[in-house]
Ligand binder design. Structure first.
Ligand code: COA
Length: 259
């Protein structure tokens, strides 16, 4: 892995569903949520597009920057779609499974938040490993005001990030965390002017990119481990994957030898 992600120019490509701009660099991917007519609200097409990004990063692990187009991170799940969803869609965990997948990406992720990160937009930022904010950033979970709960991670990630007291102020009392509050509470690493937000995000990733990639990956895995599994499994497998015995046995199988 190089530490030159920001210096390697890459053209941002529109995602298949047209909801993202995706810039693939040597050691990182920069994803811009891009639904300008809906304040980057997360609809089904964006969920599909973000799953595709996850698949790419699972296949070839790299750092990730998530940001939003046009002075908004994301104004939540798409309310027009939410309006039509019923129990079965809720049980599918459409956003919660996506955000869990993002949280479990092999390499560190960073949300660069300019403007509103509300509802599912906030939950997407909470699912990232690090957050940077511009002075206009606002985090909030207004879901109960729409008659629903923040079911894509806020109810437990926010408690982990900020503690139960502040989490309940946000979840139950509709408290919105402006950039300075978010910084003071530790939700964001820094507040930087909007025009410097991406450059600062790249600088943070440059720092991470200088670490051993495997060390970074295992550190993230262990830091997020809530219990013995699956970390012990993964660590054991990582050791075994490097063993001569594994290579010999698999070579033998592929050569047609069956015991
Ligand atoms: N889902 C679908 N569309 C959304 C949306 C959402 N979550 N948030 C904003 N939009 C749409 C608006 O309907 C509007 O569409 P229109 O131009 O066709 O009328 C457009 O995006 C611009 O939104 P608008 O409210 O006019 O922008 P604003 O700058 O005045 O306010 C917000 C920005 C983010 C404060 C406001 O849009 C808002 O409160 N959005 C909903 C936030 C929310 O409750 N999220 C939780 C969802 S679970």
């Amino acid at each position: 892995m190089t530490a030159t992600g920001a210096a390697v120019p890459g053209a941002a490509q529109a995602s298949p569903g047209g909801t993202l701009l995706v810039e693939e660099l040597t050691d990182r991917v920069v994803v811009t949520l891009h639904r300008p007519t809906a304040r980057n609200a997360i609809n089904a097409a964006m969920v599909r597009d973000l799953h595709q990004v996850c698949a790419t990063l699972e296949e070839r692990p790299r750092l990730l920057i998530l940001t939003g187009h046009g002075g908004t991170f994301a104004a939540g799940a798409d309310i027009a779609e939410l309006r039509e969803r019923g129990r079965d869609q809720a049980l599918q965990g459409i956003n919660s499974r996506l955000f869990d997948r993002i949280a479990r990406l092999p390499m560190p992720t960073l949300a660069a938040v300019d403007g509103y990160a509300l509802g599912g937009g906030a939950e997407l930022a909470y699912a990232c490993d690090l957050r940077l904010a511009s002075p206009s950033a606002v985090f909030g979970n207004p879901e109960p005001g729409l008659g629903i709960l923040a079911a894509a991670g806020a109810c437990w990630r926010l408690r982990e990030l900020l503690g139960a007291s502040v989490a309940k102020q946000v979840l139950l009392a509709g408290r919105r965390l402006a950039a300075d509050d978010a910084f003071r509470l530790g939700l964001v690493a820094e507040v930087v002017p909007a025009e410097q937000l991406l450059a600062r995000a790249h600088t943070l990733l440059d720092r991470m990119a200088r670490s051993g990639p495997l060390a970074l990956r295992l550190t993230k895995l262990v830091a997020d481990a809530s219990g013995a599994h699956p970390v012990t499994d993964d660590l054991a497998q990582a050791i075994l994957f490097e063993s001569d015995d594994k290579r010999a046995r698999m070579d033998a199988f592929l050569a047609g030898e069956r015991s």
